[in-house]
Ligand binder design. Structure first.
Ligand code: TXA
Ligand code: MG
Length: 326
């Protein structure tokens, strides 16, 4: 029997009983549990096989709730919250002691956002507690943007995926931390750098542990989840600016192709997905993970992915594709 359901009251009952429910958001599906239940939060880490040092995002119903869980909020954090919530921005702020250490991996900050999905906003409004929810995929695998993706991963491990259709934005929220009151991007995501800069001015991007010259094993990066390899298909994947050359190089293999808008036909290609024939970066972002899920199911030898333009959401998509190739 399918675990996918639209039954909101069943989701509420399960969450009140400290069970997990996968929930839809505008970015990706999350694997949600009561932040105050040690049982639920431990189950999130165990189900995902995620290391405990990698902290979770707390999902709240409204801006007013922020004061319950975080200390003094920097002025620019307020501006960003007002501009983008509900929506795909996560703010990393100084936590109050009410937030369990298990949520934050022992850090004194907590990551928080208000998701922009009607079903999940309704759910959050009906619960007495916020929801901890990492993306609903096993650690390091491709994030889910459809209820079926979650079901394929976790049908034996959780009781319910709350169905909210395909995620509109399709890549994770942009994570922003604060150093001396100034915002810094810790993870590129569904809100573009340009949109953020329009609200708070020029912003530094410290997107990856690799960019900091640290290896994965060294000191914790700002967002510990930003490992070099992440969002990865099982099939070997390469990223290129020159698809024709890559196809020629790998022509003896069974090739899957992921392009931005190039509808090129070539006998060497066994399976092909075009992200946006009209060159629309929002459309490409919304289709990205589903495309990777599909390609990964075709028993290919290699996935050749084309690099997108390096602006707007193109930057965020390229970031995910890069991590998929590691
Ligand atoms: O769009 C999203 O953000 C989705 C949906 C479900 O809301 N959630 C998501 O969660 O992507 P997850 O757990 O897959 O990624 C959370 C990221 C991790 O890289 C984690 O290290 C970082 O947030 N993070 C969480 N708490 C943090 C903190 N206190 N300081 C720095 N980074 C933090
Ligand atoms: Mg994730």
């Amino acid at each position: 029997m399918s675990i996918i359901s639209t039954d909101l009251s069943k989701a509420i009952e399960l969450l009140n009983n400290e069970e997990l429910v996968a929930i839809p958001t505008e970015t990706v599906y999350g694997l949600a549990g009561n932040i105050f239940s040690e049982k639920a939060v431990k189950a999130i880490f165990e189900t995902k096989e995620r290391p405990f040092f990698n902290p979770l995002i707390v999902h709240i119903p409204n801006i007013e709730y922020l004061e319950t869980i975080v200390e003094a909020i920097p002025e620019k954090a307020k501006l960003l919250a007002e501009a983008f919530w509900p929506g795909p921005i996560t703010l990393v702020l100084k936590k109050k002691s009410i937030i369990p250490d298990l949520i934050t991996g022992g850090k004194d900050t907590v990551a928080v956002r208000i998701p922009n999905h009607p079903t999940t906003l309704e759910l959050l409004n009906q619960l007495d507690f916020p929801l901890a929810a990492p993306s609903a995929n096993p650690f390091n695998r491709i994030s889910p943007t459809k209820a079926e993706h979650v079901e394929n991963y976790f049908k034996d491990k959780i009781q319910m995926v709350l169905d909210g259709g395909a995620c509109k934005s399709g890549i994770e929220s942009t994570i922003i931390g604060f150093e001396n009151g100034e915002p810094i991007i810790y993870r590129l995501g569904s809100t573009s750098v340009e949109a953020i800069e329009a609200v708070v001015g020029t912003i530094e991007v410290k997107n990856s542990s690799a960019e900091h010259g640290r290896s994965q094993k060294e000191a914790a990066p700002e967002a510990p989840g930003m490992l070099e390899r992440h969002y990865a298909p099982k099939t070997k994947t390469i990223l290129t600016t020159n698809i024709a050359e890559a196809i020629e190089t790998y022509k003896d293999l069974k090739i899957g192709l992921l392009t931005y808008n190039d509808i090129l036909n070539d006998d060497a290609i066994a399976y092909k997905i075009v992200l946006s024939e009209g060159k629309n970066l929002e459309e490409a972002a919304s289709k990205l993970y589903d495309a990777l899920h599909q390609l990964d199911q075709q028993q290919l030898d290699i996935i050749i992915a084309e690099q997108l333009p390096d602006y707007g959401l193109g930057k965020s998509i390229n970031d995910r594709l890069q991590r998929a190739t590691k």
